[in-house]
Design a protein around this ligand. Sequence first.
Ligand code: GDP
Length: 300
Amino acid sequence: LVRLRSRLSRSQNALGRGLLTLLSRDHLDEDDWEEVEDTLITADVGVAATTEIVERLRERTRVLGTRDPSELRALLAEELIAAIGADADRSLHTAPHEDRPAVLLMVGVNGVGKTTTCGKVARVLVADGRTVLLGAADTFRAAAADQLQTWGERVGAETVRGPEGADPASVAFDAVRQGIAAKVDTVLVDTAGRLQNKVGLMDELGKVKRVIEKNGPVDETLLVLDATTGQNGLLQARVFTEVVDVTGVVLTKLDGTAKGGIVISVQRELGIPVKLIGLGEGPDDLAPFEPAAFVDALLG
Ligand code: GDP
């Protein structure tokens, strides 16, 4: 939790402390409430969610009738947790099946942190005593496969890769087949995310998934989203949700942004639970997303 706090310090300063300071004022007039609204919108909470949160805060602080900081903090925490979605299923399905590994597919735009997230997830699983195989289905850039392999070596996972420019679906297929043969627990498949050509991407991702599923359903399709790209990133994300059945979102780079409110937008705009958060570039900078702990860290 200490770590979560320190990694979220930018959002904490901009959002959590900002809101607490505003709400602690003696008399909150229209201008103050507008400031509350601005604070939420600046942190990427999204307009619709902001309007609702502010309405509820206005009503509840009025009823509460106190400026006691700890009571205000509790109230604010409750509202933020509710806005994030307290009861979504955020569990990650990584356990092997009887006759085959669990398969996780990582999708998202270039540069959002897919390869890094594969490495970090592998690290967590290996530390947990699982065997992991990485599939480098981003065959567009040779560097992408190198990067994944480097992660594999770092955390103790083999990497299956094809020649540069190989068919991503065939690499994904090979990875799963080798995973079955070697009886590994989990296969993590990294994909390319070129958005220049939406139709091409749809075809490619659809094919990757179909080919993998010749051996059984994909257990998780994780959409990786860069928290620093804000509402624009959400628009791009929607394209992916149209192509594949996304089961969870990984929100990366929360350490580098004051826009932690994006977790609320994701839930609302995409209707997909955030399951993991990225808090840095290192192997241990990944955490399961827990709304209560997250909000607690935000409020400092
Ligand atoms: P990909 O193209 O989607 O596979 O993205 P990469 O995994 O190559 O990541 C792109 C850049 O973002 C790299 O420099 C990563 O180190 C960095 N990155 C990934 N996740 C995080 C994170 O949670 N926090 C920070 N600060 N950087 C990250």
